[in-house]
Design a protein around this ligand. Structure first.
Ligand SMILES: CC(C)(COP(=O)(O)OP(=O)(O)OC[C@H]1O[C@@H](n2cnc3c(N)ncnc32)[C@H](O)[C@@H]1OP(=O)(O)O)[C@@H](O)C(=O)NCCC(=O)NCCS
Length: 172
């Protein structure tokens, strides 16, 4: 199911057919450094299953980002509910295949997801939770109109990792 389209991209729900493209993203050490390492085959399948559960439970999740021109699945971007200080916040998240970095695709997709959250999901504020050392991701958040509003620790695979909270509010 297609969720939204931008000038260069189509965002659609993931299916089992996306597994091998997802492996290209989630099993690449360079892509996954912010998550404390590449995923095993089992972890990729769990990740895909989680997105499909999210579509059913919330109506949204991380979606496949497809390049309009070629039909290739180049990354993932979407909206998920994330834990933050005893509450749940609506996060715009993004992970792209390395060969498609540095073309503005992540920012184009993230801006569209933010607008989708404001317009279709009734969000008043959306967030991105980003590791302190992940400068490219912070730059996407800034291009998405966000500013840094907090700093906190997240626990990944037994490691305490400092993260920044970025956010932007809907202009009423
Ligand atoms: C986060 C991530 C998606 C950012 O990718 P990115 O390529 O830096 O971001 P964009 O796709 O928005 O591209 C921006 C770059 O394209 C350039 N660019 C080229 N053409 C462009 C265009 N038409 N429009 C906008 N920017 C363009 C920009 O100048 C910028 O250049 P830079 O990389 O030298 O700064 C990528 O680093 C990634 O997948 N990382 C691993 C996963 C991850 O950490 N996810 C976030 C977890 S919080």
């Amino acid at each position: 199911m297609i969720i939204l389209e931008t000038q260069r991209l189509v965002l659609r729900e993931m299916t089992q057919a996306d597994l091998s493209d997802l492996c290209n993203i989630l099993q690449d050490e360079d892509v996954m450094y912010a998550y404390e390492g590449a995923f095993s085959a089992g972890e990729v399948q769990e990740w895909l299953d989680r997105q499909i559960r999210r579509y059913k439970e919330y109506g949204f999740g991380l979606w496949s980002v497809v390049l309009r021109e070629t039909g290739v699945m180049i990354g993932q971007c979407g909206v998920t509910m994330q834990d933050y200080k005893n509450t749940k916040i609506m996060e715009v998240g993004y992970l792209f295949q390395k060969q498609y970095w540095h073309h503005g695709y992540a920012s184009e997709a993230a801006i569209a997801c933010k607008e989708y959250a404001f317009d279709k999901l009734n969000a008043k504020e959306v967030y991105s939770i980003i590791r302190d050392t992940n400068i490219p991701s912070q730059n996407v958040a800034i291009r998405n109109g966000m500013t840094r509003i907090d700093e906190f620790i997240k626990h990944y695979r037994g490691v305490d990792v400092p993260h920044f909270l970025f956010s932007t509010k809907k202009i009423l």
